[in-house]
Design a protein around this ligand. Structure first.
Ligand SMILES: [Zn+2]
Ligand SMILES: [Zn+2]
Length: 51
């Protein structure tokens, strides 16, 4: 599994989050701790961009 924002693998990370896209509700968004702290943007396959 990879962070949706930066593409880094999260398996080895202690803290990361996984949630479904709030727009389409189908695609899983994965964010590593770094991207969550920095509020990096992510882009879903459906085109939705979120903080
Ligand atoms: Zn990341
Ligand atoms: Zn989506």
């Amino acid at each position: 599994m990879k962070c949706t924002s930066c593409g880094r693998g999260v398996e080895t990370e202690k803290y990361w989050v996984k949630f479904t896209c709030p727009d389409c509700g189908k695609v899983e968004i994965i964010r590593c701790e770094k991207c969550k702290n920095q509020s990096n943007q992510y882009t879903c396959k459906c085109g939705f961009t979120g903080p």
